[in-house]
Write a protein that binds this ligand. Structure first.
Ligand code: COA
Ligand code: AMP
Length: 633
């Protein structure tokens, strides 16, 4: 623990000198002299007077340091049967040209650009091109439905939307153009420019005026990197909150670059020249930090994988990628490992591949259950590191800092606080709880560099959602505890957010949608345990007086509604009718107790419950419908 303790304590006790030293390890146009400051609203800022450009760090700097001929990106797509490599020099050329094309069409520093794309290199090119000219990208996960895209367009007010002709899910083609058209139709803000990458044939014709081809922009003169302030936004990434409206997390250039560099060195122990593979999606924060920016600014080779852990073509797919590309550091979600475990329990597919290049497997995005962790650890015979973080922080908060010391992880724990994060467990009243006591997980302010400075155009929501409940702390939205050795156990969200296959979704939003059905008087949506996906949402529905729809028909309508408005990824499959919902005397629905019943957890009947008999009715309904692991046959 000594090495870890020393660096961790330094990061907490000497914040400014610690992060100034880390910032000095990246290239600035203007070195910052102000390390930590507060703006007029009291929000913390890192390196306020520094000037930098993230894309230049990822590309120009690498080429100038002699990495021009090194592979920067490997696109491996079993679904399109393609493997393509781009050197740093080639990627720089493509990004510079695309950036020039954007500039030519009027996109400049401070403009926003929405990117809605599958896992193809053009998504990475578009992101880096925006960063290069100081435009702010907002990538929307391709699995989201048009309504979700429309909400993000209306909040971000983009000058351009960049998309592709289609995505591929297993063997299913998903045309994107109709989804983009529908979203723009629904949105109030109409982006003046729509750019589409044509993947072997377009489904719809482009009008050539507002709608243009991606490749056309590549014909432009290359644009150089535009120096921006450290605090200027690099991107907005929308994430689910407790309401139907997603939260626009802002990421800056300088703090983020400093934090990512530090995390690549000290957390992931990924060295320049290594092959780094995050099997995630560019639409999530993991994709932003560890498919695109982190590996490239570290001079690694990053893998962009357009496939799944199973059925593309089998449960050996991940191990094929590791062995074929000699992956050194890998990152995925526990769901993916559970999916592989289900189909290749003995690891016979895994054993077919040479995995000698792999040093460490990192897991995050959702809680890693000990059986899954033990299974993969035994099979791989390598360190498997769970770690905890959020879209808001942009990089790990808790885990094992593999670049510092190979501290032994503990099953069920996400690890130890990472440098810069002072983790506290608080009661609802903000009182610090002792070791082993479960409470709200909060991080003392200021947060380290890289974390959200505020929400896009919404300082009030930033304060209300994160800072207000525990003054002086950032409220993470997760609950958990610390053990005697300081290891952190994340026990799940304390709000209306769930994690389905590592995808963060809002049950609050689903509840708003279910409640909009004309037959529904009130409803509760909560995440129940799912063996593969970690959690999945279900609804309990109370009908309006005089409404007598067939339960199956209503369920289908509600399932389709969530699919159409949020997307198939929500994996919303069940809505059960109940006569009443259990509530406290003040009218709060007891969602947590319902979830505990479904999951077969022991629970105490809240003393404030209005009518305890309702819980028994709910239990009977869940059992009858076999909803929840507790009632599986
Ligand atoms: N675009 C469009 N649709 C998508 C999508 C995307 N990017 N991702 C998922 N979907 C769709 C699926 O096609 C499926 O549609 P269907 O209901 O019509 O069949 C639906 O959303 C549910 O998908 P999912 O829950 O992923 O189930 P699955 O059977 O398709 O795949 C797994 C199961 C385990 C293979 C898959 O969930 C997986 O790879 N999980 C790991 C995800 C991950 O890495 N998350 C971490 C992010 S950090
Ligand atoms: P996202 O913002 O999509 O990265 O989701 C962040 C949320 O996912 C966190 O607030 C947690 O609820 C959950 N999460 C992420 N990683 C872990 C982990 N290692 N263990 C438990 N929960 C996790």
């Amino acid at each position: 623990m000594e090495k870890y303790n020393a660096i961790y304590q330094d990061s907490i006790l000497n914040k400014e000198s610690f992060w100034a030293a880390q910032a000095a390890r990246i290239r600035w146009y203007k070195q910052p002299s102000v390390i930590l400051s507060q703006n007029e609203k009291g929000f913390y800022r890192w390196f306020a007077d520094g000037e930098i450009n993230m894309a230049a760090l990822c590309l120009d700097h690498q080429v100038e340091s002699g990495r021009g001929d090194q592979t920067a990106l490997i696109y491996d797509s079993p679904v399109s049967k393609t493997v393509k490599r781009y050197t740093y020099r080639e990627l720089l050329e493509l990004v510079s040209r695309f950036a020039g094309g954007l500039q030519q069409r009027g996109v400049t520093k401070g403009d926003t650009v929405v990117i809605y794309m599958p896992m193809i290199p053009q998504a990475v090119i578009a992101m880096l091109a925006c960063a290069r000219i100081g435009a702010i990208h907002s990538v929307v996960f391709g699995g989201f439905a048009p309504h979700e895209l429309a909400m993000r367009i209306d909040d971000a007010h983009p000058k351009a939307v960049i998309s592709a002709s289609f995505g591929i899910e297993f063997d299913k083609i998903i045309p994107y153009k109709p989804l983009v058209d529908k979203a723009i139709g629904e949105a109030t803000h109409k982006p003046p420019l729509h750019i589409f990458y044509e993947r072997n044939g377009m489904y719809d014709q482009l009008d050539g005026v507002t709608e243009i081809e991606f490749d056309l922009l590549l014909q432009a003169e290359p644009a150089g990197p535009v120096p921006v302030l450290s605090t200027d936004p690099l991107y907005i990434l929308y994430t689910s909150g407790t309401t139907g409206k997603p939260k626009g997390i802002i990421r800056d250039h300088g703090g983020y670059a400093t934090a990512l560099k530090f995390s690549m060195d000290q957390f992931y122990d990924a060295r320049p020249g290594d092959v780094y593979w995050a099997a995630s999606d560019v639409g999530w924060v993991v994709g932003h930090s560890y498919i695109v920016y982190g590996p490239l600014l570290q001079g690694c080779t990053t893998v962009l994988y357009e496939g799944k852990p199973i059925r593309t073509p089998d449960a050996g797919a991940f191990w094929r990628v590791v062995s074929e590309h000699r992956v050194n550091v890998m990152f995925t979600a526990p769901t993916a490992i559970r999916a592989i475990k289900k189909e290749d329990h003995e690891g016979s597919l895994l054993k077919r591949y040479d995995l000698s290049s792999l040093r460490t497997l990192f897991l995050a995005g959702e809680r890693c259950d000990p059986p899954t962790w033990n299974w993969i650890r035994e099979l791989l015979q390598k360190p498997v590191i769970d770690h905890w973080w959020q879209t808001e922080t942009g990089w790990p908060m808790v885990g094992i800092m593999m670049g510092v010391a190979h501290q032994e992880p503990k099953a069920g724990s996400a690890g130890l606080p990472v440098c810069g994060y002072e983790i506290h467990i608080l009661s609802d009243e903000g009182v610090e709880l002792g070791k082993g006591k479960e409470g709200y997980i909060a991080a003392k302010l200021p947060l380290p560099p890289g974390c959200l400075p505020t929400l896009w155009n919404n300082d009030d929501r930033f304060i209300a959602g994160y800072l207000q409940h525990f003054p002086g702390y950032y409220q993470t939205g997760d609950g958990g505890y610390l053990d005697e050795d300081g290891y952190c156990y994340i026990m799940g969200r304390v709000d209306d957010v769930i994690n389905v296959s590592g995808h963060r979704l809002s049950t609050g939003e689903m509840e708003e949608l279910v409640a909009s059905h004309p037959a529904v008087a009130e409803c509760a949506v909560m995440g129940i345990a799912d063996e593969l996906r970690g959690q999945r949402p279900i609804a309990l529905v109370v009908l309006k007086d005089g409404q007598h729809p067939d339960e199956e028909v209503l369920e289908e309508e509600l399932v389709n509604l969530i699919r159409e408005k949020i997307g198939a990824v929500a994996f919303f499959r069940n809505a059960a009718l109940v006569k009443r919902l259990p509530k406290t005397r003040s009218g709060k629905i007891l969602r947590k107790t319902i979830r505990q019943i479904a999951d077969g957890e022991t629970y105490t009947v809240p003393s404030t419950i209005d009518d305890p008999k309702i819980l028994e009715e709910i239990r009977e309904t869940l059992e009858e419908r076999r909803l929840g692991l507790a009632f599986r046959m």
